[in-house]
Design a protein around this ligand. Structure first.
Ligand SMILES: Cc1cc2nc3c(=O)[nH]c(=O)nc-3n(C[C@H](O)[C@H](O)[C@H](O)COP(=O)(O)O)c2cc1C
Length: 219
């Protein structure tokens, strides 16, 4: 019998769910692919609605067509992109034997957050996160809601206690962002840091000229 040799995975699973903040998810996808990371992407039905609402983006229905559309939008892609449907239970993501090294839900709706916290596995996003938790890989959730109810906070506490990173979409403003892209990159840079994916986006505290509030090299 041929035994499979276990290779460390360079694959990151990314789920776009139906919270506001699609720009975070799309920018993260672009940075991951540009850095040579292979991405397994899931896009919930509600995420498609928010993509249309926030960015006028009509994502094609089929996996290959949607992947081609997003690859074109991302520009340079050194990594590969595979898209899986909500009930594609045969996807590698659904099994602990081919688990990606990390999973990010960005943006993360409160609905998906609660499904993950209770282990419902009701769709592929919740199942993939369940697998990530049981296999003790990295799970990063980027919730976007305000105010948080006690239900949201309890679910976040449960997930944080399980080792997940709750990286809320709460951009700082001390770097004096000038564009929406600057605000988006503040959050995406923190996610990439947690994933240990090299990047040159966003601005670190030490890079900010604290006397004149300008970045290094700026006139
Ligand atoms: C334009 C729009 C914005 C939304 N923003 C949020 C949000 O910021 N946070 C949230 O938890 N739900 C938000 N929702 C509601 C979710 O999309 C809804 O609860 C959905 O069932 C989530 O499904 P999913 O988790 O499978 O993606 C929004 C819906 C729409 C249409």
């Amino acid at each position: 019998m041929n035994r499979a040799v276990h290779q460390p995975s360079n694959t990151v699973a990314l789920a776009l769910t139906g919270a506001s903040g699609m720009q975070y998810g799309l920018r993260l996808l672009q940075c991951l692919l540009a850095a040579g990371t292979d991405v397994y992407l899931m896009v919930s039905k509600a995420a498609r609605a928010v993509l249309a609402w926030e960015l006028d983006m009509q994502l094609p229905g089929g996996g290959r067509a949607a992947a081609d559309f997003l690859l074109q939008r991302c520009g340079t892609a050194r990594g590969s992109l595979q898209i899986f449907a909500a009930e594609e239970w045969t996807a590698p993501l659904a099994s602990g034997s081919s688990v990606p090294r990390a999973m990010v839900v960005c943006p993360c709706s409160m609905g998906t957050l609660s499904a993950i916290a209770v282990g419902s596995s009701e769709n592929l996003v919740a199942r993939a996160a369940d697998v990530i938790i049981k296999e003790r890989r990295q799970l990063i959730l980027v919730p976007r809601e305000t105010p948080f109810s006690a239900i949201h906070l309890r679910h976040m506490t449960t997930l944080a206690e399980l080792g997940s990173v709750i990286l809320a979409a709460c951009p700082g403003f001390y770097h004096r962002p000038r564009t929406v892209e600057d605000v988006v990159d503040f959050i995406v840079a923190r996610i990439l840091d947690h994933l240990q994916v090299p990047h040159e986006i966003g601005m670190r505290w030490g890079q900010i000229d604290q006397t004149h509030n300008r970045s290094e090299g700026e006139q």
